[in-house]
Ligand binder design. Structure first.
Ligand SMILES: Cc1cc2nc3c(=O)[nH]c(=O)nc-3n(C[C@H](O)[C@H](O)[C@H](O)COP(=O)(O)OP(=O)(O)OC[C@H]3O[C@@H](n4cnc5c(N)ncnc54)[C@H](O)[C@@H]3O)c2cc1C
Length: 395
């Protein structure tokens, strides 16, 4: 069965895509799987050597132009890498998300100087990034932010708050939405600033204070509440060099971020399924392995079917993105479906483990805790369905 499944993972992939999957799987199986459960249970962050290895393997620059130090690969390759890393540990599969969002914003919207200054370092992992878009009173309504950037000479001074800024401690730049034009209409008030900071858990209070948010999962990366008080960012770090474009620039990255997130959800679901499949063949009750009970067999069949449906939706959205066509509908469908699919599959996997599923000694609980976040971040499921409905109705 495992072989039959492996054959379906992705359908008609090119040899290059198959090789990418094998090489990422090799790295993840050797370096990440053996440590994931123990570190996650201790709420320990991803070890630095794993981040370094990922940067050496080129995972942060996958889809960016070779002119700027990237590998120039397609979005399907990105999805495969995200899926395989997340299968090992969601936190590890999520490191690249921050670099992908920031570098996509710069590659699509930055000035030539900004592309030359930032992209090579982001692609090689010398410049680590975090995304600071969400605020205590502005999540889904990303244009409703209040964090103010006031121009003073050759700097902007930031005042306000951000929340849920994942990996803010490790980052060299916070890719930050700010209000530069408070009197303009809602969506034209906003700009994106690349805000430099020193990496480290201490931050720089009171100019920049940060506190980790306790979470139920996603333990290998901390998400932070941040407070800015006259915190400086050079004027030259205004994305695209023109104020008031930030909301539209941000929207331009939604497709790629949602494809990458859908792929992460497929990876977590696949890990939960693989663990449950193995366990169902080992665990004996009433003199039989539990995989011999029809109800368990059908659970496994349904889980595998839903994972494959999510994978195909994700790869389809990635292929659409590679044609250069608009794919917010496909990316939204993939993200919404895979988020719900991962939550369902990981809960079913836990059920197959019975009481052991509830124990920290087995990874089933980790997959379940991690899978729950997919319906919330990178646009909630409710927002995805709004995006999908809007497209369906306007078409
Ligand atoms: C673990 C984690 C990591 C994160 N990392 C980052 C990060 O690195 N950077 C960052 O900027 N953000 C990050 N986020 C924030 C995340 O993107 C937001 O939580 C998300 O966008 C939802 O915003 P909110 O929490 O304010 O919820 P709200 O927007 O307040 O939504 C609350 C509820 O109302 C629903 N709702 C809201 N508006 C509508 C509507 N128009 N129609 C129907 N229903 C609606 C939502 O779907 C949800 O169910 C992270 C969040 C988590 C949990």
């Amino acid at each position: 069965m495992a072989e039959a499944l492996a054959a379906t993972q992705g359908g008609a992939l090119t040899d290059e895509h198959v090789q990418i999957r094998e090489s990422v799987r090799d790295f993840a199986d050797r370096e990440v799987v053996p440590i994931a459960n123990e570190l996650d249970n201790k709420a320990a962050e991803i070890p630095t050597h794993i981040v370094k290895k990922m940067s050496e393997l080129g995972y942060f620059g996958l889809i960016f132009s070779p002119d700027y130090g990237g590998s120039g690969l397609d979005h399907l390759s990105m999805a495969i890498v995200a899926e395989e890393l997340s299968k090992a540990w969601l936190s590890v599969g999520s490191v690249m998300t921050r670099m992908i969002i920031t570098a996509s914003l710069i590659q699509s919207n930055g000035t030539d100087e900004q592309k030359k200054k930032w992209l090579p370092g982001i692609c090689t992992g010398e410049i680590l990034c975090a995304a600071a878009f969400t605020e205590p009173d502005a999540g889904s309504d990303s244009a409703g932010i209040k964090c103010r950037a006031t121009k003073k000479g050759d700097r902007y001074l930031l005042n306000g708050e951000k929340t849920w800024c994942t990996w803010a401690n490790k980052a060299h730049i916070l890719c930050t939405t700010v209000v530069t034009n408070p009197d303009a209409p809602k969506h034209k008030r906003i700009s994106i600033l690349l805000v430099p900071k020193k990496p480290g858990d201490e931050f720089d209070p009171p100019a920049l204070a940060g506190q980790p948010i306790p979470t139920i999962g996603y333990k290998g990366m901390n998400s932070y509440s941040l407070q800015f008080e006259d915190y400086p960012a050079p004027v030259e770090n205004l994305l695209g060099g023109v104020e008031g474009k930030g909301f539209y620039q941000l929207m331009s990255t939604y497709e790629v971020a949602r494809i990458q997130t859908a792929a992460r959800a497929v990876g977590v679901a696949q890990a939960a399924f693989d663990a449950a499949l193995r366990y169902s063949k080992e665990r004996t009750q009433f003199g039989k392995t539990i995989s011999e009970f029809q109800v368990i067999r059908h659970k496994l069949a349904e889980m595998a079917t839903k994972i494959e449906a999510g994978r195909q939706l994700t790869y389809h959205a990635a292929r659409m993105k590679d044609t250069g066509k608009r794919c917010d509908l496909e990316a939204g469908m993939a993200k919404a479906f895979c988020a719900e699919m991962a939550e369902h599959v990981s809960a079913e996997a836990m059920q197959i483990f019975g009481g052991y599923g509830y124990s920290r000694e087995f990874p089933a609980q980790r997959f379940w805790r991690d899978a729950r976040v997919f319906r919330i971040f990178e646009g909630t499921s409710e927002i995805q369905y709004e995006v999908i409905a809007k497209r369906l109705l306007e078409d």
